[in-house]
Design a protein. Structure first.
Length: 365
């Protein structure tokens, strides 16, 4: 697809006048962000979490619904996640100040109802496919931007593993690392030498995607890679007749990766690999993020086989993620040392992505 320069933000090199620094663009709060797994939060319990430096107390009321409040009591600033859940209300651990689901202070044990102080901020909370999301921005926008199904995580014909790790880098490095498959050289110990060929790119106001096919130039595929791709090929079919196809897409602020195998791949076909990822900034400077995700592999025709080979899939994907984590953290350190983003990017699809991230994010002061 030809580049539509009218919708792209001009990202100049760091040594140019009026350079644009993508690493100063914060994750925009007017979207849903994952903060915890549903299974981590039992009824009547609390969790302390953060979004971009904002402390947030999650609690599950006796009704089973999840609520999110600013994680500080309006009285002495004590974290509310230390408190006690009473029905669908949260009582501060220190003096027993009680807040309802909307953050309103509804009881102070030693004051009458007419003298109740101000409450705390509340956040819309929502559960999707086993993840708890919060909406840290304008609550009026929350319903229109509810997240939908997270990849293939709930499909019975797929086996899925959860991804959960803290990464010491700005969230934009995460988007770029997945989007730009030209970094396969780094994974040569895990996958041999593979050449990625960009076969298409598209972008809109809030999304960008790139498509690849691959060819092996040296070495052999690992056991984990063979399991993900080869076990779903038709038995007896010549491998050379197949054309593997990868699509990576950022739908701000989340990201997905899908792989298909076959001769004439159609969009209606199920992918053999489906990965969904969400990046939640943790600190106010947004130099660290918590990456939540689901990695789903299509089950092969032989019943039970996926469970036998699953340890190899876990081993393979863990090694790939470990290498990615290490390299983006090195990128963050290089950025911190240089003091400015270099932005000397020549890959057109990555320029599309950067424009989306710059346009959708919120510039930090």
């Amino acid at each position: 697809m030809p580049e539509d320069s009218s919708s792209l933000i001009d990202v100049r090199p760091a040594n140019s006048p009026n350079a644009f620094d993508l690493r100063r663009v914060g994750a925009h709060p007017d979207y849903w962000y994952p903060l915890a797994w549903s299974c981590e939060l039992k009824a009547g319990r609390t969790l302390g979490r953060r979004f971009a430096g904002q402390p947030i107390a999650l609690y599950r009321g006796q009704s089973g619904q999840v609520f999110a409040l600013e994680d500080r009591c309006a009285h002495r600033q004590v974290p509310l996640h230390l408190g006690v859940v009473c029905g669908d209300r949260l009582k501060c651990h220190y003096h027993g100040w009680t807040y309802d689901r909307g953050g309103k202070c509804v009881e102070v044990p030693y004051l009458d109802k007419g003298r109740l102080p101000n409450g705390v901020k509340s956040y819309p909370a929502h559960e999707v496919d086993g993840l708890i999301f919060i909406f840290p921005g304008d609550p009026a926008l929350s319903d229109s931007r509810l997240p939908t199904a997270l990849g293939s995580s709930q499909r019975k014909d797929c086996k899925t593993r959860r991804l959960n790790r803290e990464v010491a880098c700005h969230y934009t490095f995460m988007h770029e690392n997945l989007f730009d498959m030209n970094h396969q050289f780094m994974h040569r110990k895990q996958m041999g030498s593979i050449r990625a060929m960009c076969i298409g790119r598209q972008h809109g106001e809030q999304w960008a995607q790139v498509e690849y096919s691959f060819s092996r130039t040296k070495g052999r595929s690992s056991v984990g890679e063979q399991i993900i791709v080869d076990l779903v090929r038709k038995r007896g079919a010549a491998r050379k007749d197949f054309s593997d196809h990868m699509r990576i897409r950022t739908d701000y602020p989340s990201q997905s990766l899908k792989v298909w195998v076959g001769r004439d791949i159609q969009q209606t076909q199920d992918p053999v690999l489906d990965v969904w990822l969400g990046y939640t900034p943790l600190d106010a400077e947004q130099r660290t993020n918590r990456t939540y995700g689901y990695l789903s592999v299509k089950k092969p025709p032989v019943p039970g086989l996926i469970h036998l080979v699953w340890p190899f899939v876990v081993w393979f994907t863990e090694n790939i993620f470990r290498e990615d984590k290490e390299i983006v953290e090195h990128e963050q350190k290089a950025y911190d040392t240089q003091g400015a983003d270099w932005n000397n990017e020549v890959f057109p699809a990555l320029r599309d992505l950067r424009s989306v991230l710059a346009r959708c994010g919120r510039t930090q002061t």
